[in-house]
Ligand binder design. Structure first.
Ligand code: ADP
Ligand code: MG
Length: 362
């Protein structure tokens, strides 16, 4: 799938950008502060309904405006159809999303309509940050290939929330706690099963993709389920009930899961340089996109903020070769036009020059 036409209104310093997008490489260059990251943020808002920089969407609306609008023509290669997706956000907080003129009620649908992969200066946290980032990474993958996962995941979150609320409650009702535990356990197990299968499938692709990048050793992925391997979660929760009550939270379960990432047998976060860490993040996300394409039959859209600042020349070329091999659309930013020049020689692409929040072709 790809975006053929994009309209951005009042997102940060962008007043109004209307562009025809290239089906594969879109390269946006411009001085610091010209609006390149804002442009990617606009596409991200459209696909996620939220910002990658700030939780509060109000700061994303241009200071001089009351609302932002992002809309795009999306071409679905699989069905050969095209659709108009749009979002609107007012400075007061009202949010609206539409597909072909019809209102969309959930962020989940936005995510389904426009599957995005973002890589920016903060992406190294996928390896160096907390387990939440890696769970979100896995859940993105499962969500996009397994239709039942959203529903299951919601039920799991609800059961967990209810159990935690009860644990925080002053006077404990043991029967009620047992009931919520009984509800939670099978949901955790099902979530675990989906994630484990996904990681197994992804691991092979990660090896292939990372093998194409110089200087990355053998990458292994191992799923930690959130409680001791081989133990029955019901029994673990029973044994840990006093501790759960004392802390007012559930200490074991799928919400404590993690993906342990090793390079040549050693935890990646312990051995890799920052540059190698970034490269591994690219490999993981490209592998995820490859898995998605293999399973769903279409490609997701990549947003790559300031690639030249993130990777050296040879690795940039390897990433671009991988993106081209995936046949996916990407939006890539950088300060200097010549940072891209050599990279895209012989590759069909469109350049955009960003200046003071306005984009022009060329
Ligand atoms: N809500 C807003 N309204 C107007 N301008 C904004 C808003 N939020 C950020 N900016 C400004 O937008 C400019 C563009 O930032 P950015 O997109 O990060 O630039 P680049 O990535 O090209 O370096 C910055 O100068 C920033 O101060
Ligand atoms: Mg930027």
């Amino acid at each position: 799938m790809h975006i053929s036409r994009l309209d951005v209104l009042q997102v940060r310093n962008i007043a109004n950008i209307q562009i025809d997008c290239h089906p594969s490489a879109n390269l946006i260059y411009g001085a610091n502060g010209s609006g390149k990251t804002s442009f990617l943020e606009a596409i991200y808002l459209l696909g996620r309904g939220r910002s990658f920089k700030h939780r509060d969407l109000r700061v994303v609306v241009n200071h001089q405006a009351d609302e932002l609008v992002v809309s795009a023509r999306i071409e679905r290669s699989k069905s050969g159809t095209s659709h108009q997706l749009g979002i609107k956000r007012t400075a007061q907080g009202k949010f609206e999303a539409r597909l072909d003129g019809k209102s969309i009620q959930s962020a989940v649908q936005l995510v389904e309509e426009l599957p995005l992969q973002l890589i920016d200066a903060h992406s190294f946290t996928l390896l160096e940050g907390g387990a939440l980032q890696r769970r979100q990474f896995v859940d993105w993958g499962v969500f996009h290939v397994e239709h039942n996962y959203t529903n299951l995941w919601r039920r799991f979150q609800k059961a967990l929330k209810q159990r935690n609320q009860l644990l925080r409650h002053g006077r404990m009702d043991e029967d009620l706690l047992s009931a919520w535990t009984a509800e939670l356990v099978p949901l955790c197990e099902q979530v675990t099963e989906f994630r484990r299968q996904y990681i197994e499938q992804l691991a092979g692709i990660v090896q292939e993709v990372s093998g194409a990048f110089d200087g990355l050793g053998a990458v292994e992925l191992e799923y930690y389920q959130g409680w001791a391997e081989g133990q029955e979660l019901g029994a673990v929760l029973k044994a840990g009930q006093k501790r759960d009550m004392a802390l007012g939270t559930t200490n074991y379960g799928a919400h404590k899961a993690d993906v342990r990432i090793k390079v040549d047998g050693i935890a990646a976060a312990e051995v890799l340089s920052r540059g190698q860490t970034k490269l591994l993040v690219y490999a993981l996300k490209l592998a995820q996109a490859t898995h998605y394409r293999n399973r769903v039959g279409q490609s997701c859209v990549f947003l790559l903020d300031d690639l030249p600042a993130e990777l050296d020349y040879d690795h940039r070329a390897q990433v671009i070769a991988c993106l081209n091999g995936l046949d996916c659309q990407y939006f890539m930013t950088g300060v200097d036009k010549k940072d891209f020049g050599l990279l895209v020689e012989g590759t069909a692409h469109q350049m955009f020059h960003m200046e003071h929040g306005a984009a022009s072709e060329g």
